[in-house]
Design a protein around this ligand. Structure first.
Ligand SMILES: [Mg+2]
Length: 272
């Protein structure tokens, strides 16, 4: 038997992305709630890890419950906002000029950071998805970075999957400042170290499998950690751009298929 069989048996934790996996904006993915319940029944620990910086962990819990009827707890949630707070505090960047929504602002404030609206008075410019962003806000962020403020992005996801299609994501907001400053931001989201540090602090049991809809964030993090990946085609990646399955990667139409694939995992050695 191949090495992959032994490794699949070691999986005890599912690291689950949210947007494009459990829901598209306000619309739940069919079967996602039942799939999570089945994974719990099969003995897996669940951790929800999102690059979406628009919601606090409590807001994420409420969104999951409202969209797919699954009751998560805040200690099962890791967001790029939390990772960004961790990075800012570690680096002594206390005064932050934020381009982002209330979820990001709340997480940073709760972490003891100071939000400033005067671009001349910040240590860092922090960007996230902001669905009400203005030119003035981006212009001030640009001025601050050009004047020497650290440029910190919660994430660099180019798109945000919705029922209408792919809309601009947190990376698209950061890109406007990046283009105007020629400064590349530090990213705190998947697959970068700040959010992986927070995941490590949760002391997950056994090996892990990341289920996500993006190769460049979710599956890249799985590769960086030596974990397994399950790419779902219900969000930002379509079948044409999906890679072939491998010993470390399964490709699924949606998370609804994951419990069945894991139960039949001894058959996956045929995919190597
Ligand atoms: Mg996603």
């Amino acid at each position: 038997m191949g090495e992959s069989d032994e490794s699949f048996k070691d999986i005890r934790t599912i690291v689950c992305d949210l947007d494009g996996v459990l829901y598209l904006d306000t619309v739940g993915i069919e079967g996602a709630g039942d799939a999570l319940a089945a994974l719990i029944a099969d003995g897996y620990a669940l951790l929800f890890v999102t690059n979406n910086a628009t919601k606090t962990p409590q807001m994420v819990v409420e969104h999951i419950a409202a969209r797919i009827g699954f009751e998560a707890s805040t200690d099962q949630i890791v967001t790029s906002s939390q990772a960004t707070a961790h990075y800012l505090k570690t680096h002594g960047l206390d005064n932050c000029f934020v381009v982002g929504e209330v979820g990001l602002r709340t997480v940073l404030t709760d972490a003891g950071l100071t939000l400033v609206d005067d671009w001349t008075a910040c240590d860092a410019v922090v960007t996230g998805l902001d669905r009400e962003v203005t030119y003035r806000r981006l212009a001030d962020a640009t001025l601050a970075v050009r004047a020497g403020a650290r440029f910190v992005a919660t994430n660099l996801d180019p798109t945000y999957p919705t029922p209408l299609g792919l809309q601009p994501g947190g990376g698209a907001v950061a890109a406007m400042v990046q283009v105007a400053t020629d400064v590349t931001p530090v990213s705190c989201g998947k697959p970068q170290p700040p959010i992986r540090d927070l995941i490590a602090q949760r002391r997950l049991p056994g090996g892990a499998l990341v289920v996500g809809d993006r190769m460049d964030t979710d599956i890249a993090m799985a590769v960086a950690e030596g974990w397994f990946g399950a790419l779902v085609l219900s969000g930002a990646t379509d079948a044409e751009s999906a890679p072939a399955e491998s010993a470390a990667l399964m490709v699924l139409d949606s998370i609804a298929a994951l419990p069945g694939r894991l139960r039949g995992r001894d058959r996956l050695s045929g995919a190597t």
